[in-house]
Design a protein around this ligand. Sequence first.
Ligand SMILES: [Zn+2]
Ligand SMILES: [Zn+2]
Ligand SMILES: [Zn+2]
Length: 177
Amino acid sequence: MNCPSCGAPMKLKSDMQSFKCEYCLSVYFPEKNDDGVRVLEEPSGHDCPVCTVPMVHAFLGRDPIIYCTKCNGMMLAMAMLESMIDEERSAHGVAAAPPPPDKEDLRRKINCPQCHRPMDAHFYGGPGNVVIDSCEDCCLLWLDRGELMRIAHASADDAASAPLTSGVDSTADSFNE
Ligand SMILES: [Zn+2]
Ligand SMILES: [Zn+2]
Ligand SMILES: [Zn+2]
Protein backbone atom coordinates (compact mmCIF):
# COMPACT_ATOMS: atom_id res chain seq x y z
CA MET A 1 0.00 0.00 0.00
CA ASN A 2 1.00 3.63 -0.34
CA CYS A 3 1.53 6.17 2.39
CA PRO A 4 -1.64 8.17 3.10
CA SER A 5 0.50 11.26 3.78
CA CYS A 6 3.03 11.33 0.98
CA GLY A 7 2.05 8.54 -1.38
CA ALA A 8 5.34 6.65 -1.15
CA PRO A 9 5.21 2.86 -0.92
CA MET A 10 4.92 1.69 2.67
CA LYS A 11 6.57 -1.28 4.29
CA LEU A 12 4.92 -3.71 6.63
CA LYS A 13 6.62 -3.34 9.99
CA SER A 14 8.13 -6.32 11.74
CA ASP A 15 5.23 -6.48 14.18
CA MET A 16 3.16 -7.28 11.08
CA GLN A 17 0.39 -5.07 12.39
CA SER A 18 1.22 -1.72 10.90
CA PHE A 19 2.89 -0.03 7.98
CA LYS A 20 5.73 2.42 8.05
CA CYS A 21 6.58 4.95 5.39
CA GLU A 22 10.34 5.07 4.96
CA TYR A 23 10.08 8.44 3.30
CA CYS A 24 8.08 10.55 5.74
CA LEU A 25 8.26 8.02 8.61
CA SER A 26 4.57 8.07 9.28
CA VAL A 27 3.05 4.88 10.60
CA TYR A 28 -0.26 3.59 9.45
CA PHE A 29 -2.25 1.28 11.66
CA PRO A 30 -5.22 -0.16 9.80
CA GLU A 31 -8.59 0.21 11.49
CA LYS A 32 -10.65 -2.80 12.40
CA ASN A 33 -13.64 -3.36 10.20
CA ASP A 34 -17.07 -4.55 11.37
CA ASP A 35 -15.80 -8.09 11.73
CA GLY A 36 -12.88 -7.04 13.89
CA VAL A 37 -10.48 -7.65 11.03
CA ARG A 38 -7.60 -5.28 10.37
CA VAL A 39 -7.19 -5.31 6.63
CA LEU A 40 -3.72 -4.67 5.28
CA GLU A 41 -3.89 -3.54 1.69
CA GLU A 42 -1.25 -6.07 0.75
CA PRO A 43 -2.04 -8.58 -1.97
CA SER A 44 -1.76 -12.13 -0.69
CA GLY A 45 -1.27 -13.78 -4.05
CA HIS A 46 -4.27 -15.99 -3.34
CA ASP A 47 -7.74 -15.70 -4.78
CA CYS A 48 -10.86 -16.12 -2.71
CA PRO A 49 -12.14 -19.68 -3.18
CA VAL A 50 -15.72 -18.44 -3.02
CA CYS A 51 -15.80 -15.28 -5.11
CA THR A 52 -12.42 -15.57 -6.87
CA VAL A 53 -11.29 -12.02 -6.23
CA PRO A 54 -7.72 -11.49 -5.00
CA MET A 55 -7.42 -11.69 -1.22
CA VAL A 56 -5.25 -9.52 1.00
CA HIS A 57 -3.25 -9.96 4.16
CA ALA A 58 -5.15 -9.08 7.31
CA PHE A 59 -5.14 -9.54 11.04
CA LEU A 60 -7.75 -10.86 13.38
CA GLY A 61 -6.53 -9.90 16.81
CA ARG A 62 -2.86 -10.77 16.63
CA ASP A 63 -3.35 -13.59 14.20
CA PRO A 64 -2.39 -13.20 10.56
CA ILE A 65 -5.04 -14.27 8.10
CA ILE A 66 -5.69 -14.03 4.41
CA TYR A 67 -8.90 -12.14 3.91
CA CYS A 68 -11.49 -11.58 1.22
CA THR A 69 -12.85 -8.06 1.40
CA LYS A 70 -15.78 -9.01 -0.80
CA CYS A 71 -17.34 -11.96 1.04
CA ASN A 72 -15.48 -11.44 4.35
CA GLY A 73 -14.27 -15.01 4.31
CA MET A 74 -10.86 -15.82 5.71
CA MET A 75 -8.10 -18.33 5.24
CA LEU A 76 -6.03 -19.29 8.25
CA ALA A 77 -3.65 -21.91 9.53
CA MET A 78 -5.37 -24.79 11.29
CA ALA A 79 -3.09 -24.36 14.27
CA MET A 80 -4.42 -20.86 14.87
CA LEU A 81 -8.06 -21.72 15.29
CA GLU A 82 -7.92 -22.45 18.99
CA SER A 83 -6.30 -19.17 19.93
CA MET A 84 -8.61 -17.26 17.64
CA ILE A 85 -11.63 -18.78 19.35
CA ASP A 86 -10.22 -17.75 22.71
CA GLU A 87 -9.59 -14.22 21.49
CA GLU A 88 -13.04 -13.97 20.00
CA ARG A 89 -14.55 -15.07 23.30
CA SER A 90 -12.56 -12.72 25.43
CA ALA A 91 -13.30 -9.88 23.04
CA HIS A 92 -17.04 -10.35 22.90
CA GLY A 93 -17.98 -12.63 25.76
CA VAL A 94 -21.00 -14.84 25.41
CA ALA A 95 -23.27 -13.37 22.80
CA ALA A 96 -26.74 -14.33 21.71
CA ALA A 97 -27.35 -17.84 20.48
CA PRO A 98 -25.65 -18.39 17.16
CA PRO A 99 -27.71 -18.89 14.03
CA PRO A 100 -28.40 -22.48 12.96
CA PRO A 101 -25.80 -24.24 10.85
CA ASP A 102 -25.93 -23.69 7.17
CA LYS A 103 -26.19 -27.14 5.68
CA GLU A 104 -25.66 -25.68 2.26
CA ASP A 105 -22.06 -25.27 3.33
CA LEU A 106 -21.62 -29.02 3.25
CA ARG A 107 -22.72 -29.20 -0.34
CA ARG A 108 -20.55 -26.37 -1.46
CA LYS A 109 -17.22 -27.28 -2.99
CA ILE A 110 -14.41 -24.81 -2.86
CA ASN A 111 -10.79 -25.21 -3.77
CA CYS A 112 -7.89 -24.53 -1.47
CA PRO A 113 -6.57 -21.02 -2.19
CA GLN A 114 -3.03 -22.34 -1.88
CA CYS A 115 -2.86 -25.70 -3.66
CA HIS A 116 -6.14 -25.35 -5.60
CA ARG A 117 -7.30 -28.84 -4.77
CA PRO A 118 -10.83 -29.32 -3.42
CA MET A 119 -11.13 -28.58 0.27
CA ASP A 120 -12.94 -30.90 2.67
CA ALA A 121 -16.20 -29.53 3.95
CA HIS A 122 -17.07 -30.98 7.32
CA PHE A 123 -18.68 -30.10 10.58
CA TYR A 124 -16.28 -28.55 13.00
CA GLY A 125 -15.52 -31.22 15.59
CA GLY A 126 -16.42 -29.08 18.56
CA PRO A 127 -19.66 -27.39 19.45
CA GLY A 128 -21.24 -24.80 17.25
CA ASN A 129 -22.55 -26.82 14.33
CA VAL A 130 -20.38 -24.96 11.94
CA VAL A 131 -19.33 -26.35 8.62
CA ILE A 132 -15.76 -25.45 7.88
CA ASP A 133 -13.58 -26.17 4.91
CA SER A 134 -10.09 -27.46 5.37
CA CYS A 135 -7.08 -28.49 3.32
CA GLU A 136 -5.10 -31.17 5.12
CA ASP A 137 -2.12 -30.78 2.85
CA CYS A 138 -1.71 -27.09 3.44
CA CYS A 139 -3.01 -27.18 7.03
CA LEU A 140 -5.35 -24.38 6.10
CA LEU A 141 -8.91 -23.58 7.02
CA TRP A 142 -11.48 -21.52 5.26
CA LEU A 143 -13.99 -19.73 7.46
CA ASP A 144 -16.91 -17.88 6.01
CA ARG A 145 -18.05 -14.67 7.54
CA GLY A 146 -19.27 -15.16 11.09
CA GLU A 147 -18.18 -18.77 11.43
CA LEU A 148 -15.46 -18.05 13.93
CA MET A 149 -17.97 -16.11 16.01
CA ARG A 150 -20.42 -18.98 15.85
CA ILE A 151 -17.85 -21.49 17.03
CA ALA A 152 -16.65 -19.25 19.82
CA HIS A 153 -20.04 -18.32 21.20
CA ALA A 154 -21.62 -21.71 20.76
CA SER A 155 -18.75 -23.23 22.69
CA ALA A 156 -19.27 -20.81 25.52
CA ASP A 157 -22.98 -21.51 25.59
CA ASP A 158 -22.47 -25.25 25.59
CA ALA A 159 -19.91 -25.08 28.34
CA ALA A 160 -22.26 -23.08 30.50
CA SER A 161 -25.29 -25.30 30.00
CA ALA A 162 -23.71 -28.75 29.86
CA PRO A 163 -20.26 -28.80 31.42
CA LEU A 164 -19.96 -32.59 31.46
CA THR A 165 -20.51 -33.32 27.81
CA SER A 166 -17.80 -34.92 25.81
CA GLY A 167 -16.98 -32.17 23.37
CA VAL A 168 -14.09 -30.96 25.43
CA ASP A 169 -11.10 -31.79 23.29
CA SER A 170 -12.81 -30.14 20.43
CA THR A 171 -10.23 -28.94 17.97
CA ALA A 172 -7.16 -31.10 18.33
CA ASP A 173 -8.50 -34.25 16.74
CA SER A 174 -11.27 -32.87 14.67
CA PHE A 175 -9.18 -32.47 11.58
CA ASN A 176 -7.96 -36.03 11.49
CA GLU A 177 -11.16 -37.65 10.42
ZN1 LIG B 1 4.98 8.95 3.69
ZN1 LIG C 1 -14.64 -13.90 -1.23
ZN1 LIG D 1 -4.23 -26.84 0.00
